[in-house]
Design a protein around this ligand. Structure first.
Ligand code: HEC
Ligand code: HEC
Ligand code: HEC
Ligand code: HEC
Ligand code: HEC
Length: 238
């Protein structure tokens, strides 16, 4: 009986010291104290060293920089993110943290402020800050353009038309997949409306493209269209 107790005690002790040792290099009373309570790591309870290389080496680079990161820290568990025929060019195995904060909020998919996962949003500059940290906002600023986006019919800016609405603009997510897609231009194969998956059927053409979604009949846009041709073939949006 006594030896059973000491075995259980010893097992529990080794487990506890093992877990403590995993974080000991980083989380001490002087350094990163409260890091795990106030700021989570994703996935919960991951060891610092599963993402940060060489945490023992006390930030060899100097200047208080966190130690370098493991290249495969995210794709080890999320490899499907990379499996797209037309990938979003910044999405590579070592770039996830350009958009996701591993110490961020799981309820927001670890995304910073400036991204909403809603499909309809009242347009504001803030709503798309994440995208516009790399892309030019011009692509949706002007109703007419001859250069700022390829998504135009003649000079009618179709990004402006869909997104830049004070009331219920379409968000990027309605049309684009964020990591990459099976159709060109990161166009989603289908979008969700409640429980309904609506196919988009996007086709790229020499000077534009076409789509046949459930919310309007087949539409084409053609960048060579003259101003007189007006709105894209197929009538009014909405
Ligand atoms: C799932 C991977 C992962 C785990 C686990 C992880 N980190 Fe990080 N951490 C990162 C990445 C990636 C960055 C860089 C974020 C950026 O540049 O936006 C970072 C940045 C940091 C930074 C500097 C910037 C900031 O956000 O404060 C500190 C400090 C830090 N981590 C400490 C820790 C500690 C301490 C632990 C363990 C308790 C830990 N990390 C666990 C991935 C991770
Ligand atoms: C050890 C495996 C593991 C690692 C490493 C890992 N994740 Fe995860 N991740 C998960 C699991 C499991 C979930 C499901 C939700 C949960 O945590 O319960 C998840 C969920 C997520 C979600 C939210 C999904 C949703 O629908 O809300 C995002 C975003 C995410 N991970 C990004 C990352 C990023 C970025 C990294 C690298 C910094 C990373 N993950 C590293 C296992 C992992
Ligand atoms: C260019 C920015 C960007 C990069 C880089 C990026 N993501 Fe994401 N990710 C997003 C956005 C935006 C969403 C939210 C999509 C939505 O609205 O549902 C997301 C969602 C997710 C989710 C939740 C499930 C899903 O697919 O919607 C996971 C998991 C995830 N990302 C993992 C990763 C991993 C792993 C990497 C690196 C290989 C990565 N992301 C790189 C922007 C990015
Ligand atoms: C870290 C930088 C970065 C962020 C953040 C980013 N992108 Fe990109 N994106 C790029 C680069 C680089 C390209 C390829 C060059 C180009 O076309 O500008 C690209 C290309 C694209 C394309 C065109 C794909 C093609 O096949 O031509 C779309 C659509 C796109 N991004 C949408 C988004 C959306 C939506 C967001 C916000 C969720 C976003 N991007 C955030 C860097 C970024
Ligand atoms: C109604 C569908 C739709 C919505 C909503 C949408 N896009 Fe696009 N986007 C497209 C199409 C279609 C193209 C391809 C244009 C072409 O033929 O080159 C495109 C192309 C792009 C490109 C490549 C450069 C360019 O402008 O041609 C970027 C970057 C981009 N979109 C970003 C975004 C961002 C950021 C958002 C949200 C603020 C967004 N898109 C919302 C349909 C959409």
């Amino acid at each position: 009986m006594r030896s059973l107790f000491s075995t259980i005690f010893l097992l529990a002790f080794f487990l506890w010291t093992g877990l403590a040792a995993a974080r000991a290099g980083c989380v001490t009373s002087q350094c990163h104290a409260g890091f795990t309570e106030k700021r989570p790591t994703h996935p919960a309870e991951a060891e610092c060293s599963s993402c940060h290389l060489d945490p023992e080496d006390k930030h060899a680079g100097g200047g208080g920089e966190p130690p370098a990161l493991h290249e495969d820290m995210c794709v080890a568990c999320h490899d499907t993110v990379l499996a797209h025929r037309y990938p979003h060019s910044p999405v590579t195995r070592s770039s996830c943290h350009l958009c996701h904060d591993p110490h961020g909020d799981m309820a927001r998919k670890l995304l910073p402020a400036g991204y909403s996962d809603k499909t309809f949003i009242n347009y504001s500059d803030e709503a798309y800050r994440l995208c516009f940290s790399c892309h030019k906002r011009d692509l949706l600023m002007f109703p007419d353009t001859s250069y700022s986006t390829g998504f135009r019919h003649g000079t009618v800016n179709l990004h402006y038309l869909h997104v830049n609405k004070a009331n219920r603009g379409r968000s990027c997510k309605l049309c684009h997949e964020m990591h990459g897609a099976e159709q060109p231009k990161m166009m989603a194969a289908a979008v969700s409306f409640g429980n309904w998956r609506m196919p988009v059927n996007f086709r790229i053409t020499e000077n534009g493209g076409s789509c046949s979604p459930g919310c309007h009949e087949t539409r084409q846009y053609d960048r060579r269209a003259t101003a007189a041709a007006g709105r894209p073939a197929g009538g009014q949006t909405n």
